[in-house]
Write a protein that binds this ligand. Structure first.
Ligand SMILES: O=C(O)CCC(=O)C(=O)O
Ligand SMILES: [Fe+2]
Length: 254
């Protein structure tokens, strides 16, 4: 997977891909991986051992290298090659700005050590939530297969935990794109995906990353008909179990 048939032109720095209408900070790169790489990763996801999948009511997911227990990554093995390359290596190759290192330079392990893979058939989503304190506050999401809108919400003032039901912003995630959210956007806002079959009212006025999209002309009718979309979220889990690497093969998942 190291030499894509399609040439990928990454931005000189993440700053060039920043979503300016959002609070600090989010970055969107529409063409982060090639179609061949997308296909190869989807094949790996689909052919993973059955025991890798966890089935929720509407959605299923895989965790690599393992689940977290009490906010701790139990399996200290590195990510498999097909998750490291091209995605992690490419993320680490982009400086934050002309004179700053990459987005994981300040994280405990200097790179993502955990990947969550979520599969969303049409009409499925994920409830608004925050990702919490188990992770360094940088989330890198690669989208595969199809587009959908990620909604961002602000918790209501007053601390009663209630949520304003209307999203404050929407980010359209195209297949093969990379979205990075960090800092205030990670800690102060919630994110979710509506369980709908069509994203509506899509336009330059309503989509935060409109100017960074690969194909804004695909949404001239304002609609995005959902198809199955798979996402890979790369994060650095702060705590990694020292035991995990010593427990042996019985403990390790396939
Ligand atoms: O699939 C996505 O883009 C979001 C997934 C997510 O929010 C999560 O796994 O915490
Ligand atoms: Fe999340």
């Amino acid at each position: 997977m190291t030499s894509p048939l399609t040439q990928i032109n990454l931005p000189q720095s993440l700053e060039a891909s920043r979503i300016h209408v959002l609070p600090r900070a989010a970055y969107y790169i529409a063409d982060f991986i090639s179609e061949e790489e997308e296909e190869a990763i989807l094949h790996k996801v689909e052919t993973a051992p059955k025991a890798r999948w966890r089935q929720l009511t509407h959605r299923r997911l895989q965790t690599w290298p393992s689940d977290l227990i009490k906010d701790t990554l139990l399996d200290a093995r590195p990510l498999p090659d097909w998750l490291e390359d091209p995605v992690v290596s490419r993320i680490l190759s982009i400086p934050l700005s002309d004179d700053e290192p990459n987005i994981f330079a300040g994280s405990p392990h200097g790179r993502p050590n955990h990947v969550l893979i979520n599969e969303y058939p049409p009409s499925t989503g994920i409830m608004p939530h925050k990702d919490g304190s188990a992770y360094h506050p940088v989330v890198c999401t690669v989208s595969l297969g199809a587009s959908l809108c990620l909604n961002l919400y602000k918790s209501k003032e007053g601390g009663d935990g209630a949520l304003d039901p209307e999203p404050v912003w929407r980010i359209l995630q195209e297949p093969r794109s990379l979205l990075i959210t960090t800092a205030d956007l990670y800690s102060e806002y919630l994110h979710g995906i509506a369980p709908i079959s069509t994203d509506v009212d899509i336009s330059a006025q309503t989509i935060a990353n409109w100017s960074l999209l690969r194909a804004p002309s695909s949404y001239q009718d304002g609609l995005n008909q959902r198809q199955t979309r798979t996402s890979l979220t790369f994060r650095d889990v702060l705590k990694v179990s020292k035991l995990g690497s010593k427990l042996g093969p019985m403990f390790n998942r396939p």
